[in-house]
Design a binder for this molecule. Structure first.
Ligand code: GLU
Length: 276
């Protein structure tokens, strides 16, 4: 059975791009007689706002979607800690105390998600009292799992190579998991068979796919859909003043009509749907 999910982070309001993403996940599940899940990804400490999660539920209902909600990430921290301990014990993670500023000062190479960590802390003994993140040793990971592939319903078969990101953080200084670790574990725990998300997140699948191999998790299929861009060609984002779904809802707009227009590809003036 097809199981999809919409996994928003309650750090800010949802906008049209999120609505599109939620509709894609919902409709793919419904077309295939499957299940559509909502998972609140709230491990950003003080930036995760419980009232936003409630706003998201109202937004989705307003769009005419129905869903099953699975436990929020903040209730699953122990499972992340356990897995991180396992990976650390296997020599696949190393502590890193570098700040962003220190990394940028080294003029690192840029990858799909920004700076590629130059490996400064790899093999170093760190002061145990200093806060440290844990990074995946991508070379060691690849030596263990080879180059696994993934099936993307939009892009076809892909070869996973996390080295496009360098050694990513799996355990943050301030949280027991990064997005990569938490989302990969939760998709498996929630029985997600089809991971749908925007093409702006296409590259992170390199990491998630390798984590699945390292952790012997079931392997879903992916569907990276095109994303909505504003009139400057940038991804829609609240900070660029795109109206939130909550604003539209409160202004009396009909959410089901909006959903129907998004499904038909009829986008508001200035907004385009494009591959990243
Ligand atoms: N919480 C992530 C976000 O809001 C989810 C991304 C995903 O679907 O994997 O961007």
């Amino acid at each position: 059975m097809t199981v999809t999910r919409f996994a928003p982070s309650p750090n800010g309001s949802l906008h049209l791009g999120h609505a599109y993403s939620a509709i894609v996940a919902h409709d793919l599940a419904r077309e295939r007689g499957g299940r559509f899940l909502l998972r609140v990804e709230d491990i950003d400490g003080e930036r995760s706002l419980p009232e936003k999660a409630e706003e998201f539920r109202e937004d989705l209902a307003w769009l005419g979607l129905d869903w099953e909600e699975v436990p929020a990430q903040s209730t699953r921290l122990e499972s992340y800690e356990q897995v991180a301990r396992d990976l650390l014990g296997r020599g696949l993670l190393y502590p890193c105390s570098c700040t962003r500023k220190q990394i940028m000062a080294l003029k690192p190479r840029m990858g799909p998600e920004g700076a590629i960590y130059p490996g400064t802390c790899k093999g170093r003994l760190l002061d145990p009292d200093k806060p440290a993140a844990l990074r995946l040793d991508a070379d060691r990971a690849m030596a263990e799992v080879g180059e696994p592939f993934w099936e993307d319903e939009v892009g076809g078969t892909q070869i996973a190579d996390p080295r496009v990101f360098g050694d990513v953080v799996l355990v943050r200084k301030d949280a027991p998991a990064s997005y990569h670790l938490a989302a990969t574990l939760d998709d498996a725990a929630d029985g997600v068979t089809l991971v749908t998300r925007g093409q702006d997140l296409f590259a992170v699948t390199h990491i998630h796919r390798v984590l699945q191999e390292l952790l012997h998790l079931p392997v879903p299929t992916w569907h990276h859909h095109p994303i909505l861009l504003d009139d400057t060609g940038e991804k829609l984002a609240k900070r660029r003043n795109s109206p939130s779904l909550a604003d539209r809802r409160k202004q009396g707009e009909d959410g089901k009509e909006l959903a129907a227009r998004l499904r038909a590809g009829e986008l508001p003036t200035g907004i385009t749907l494009a591959s990243a």
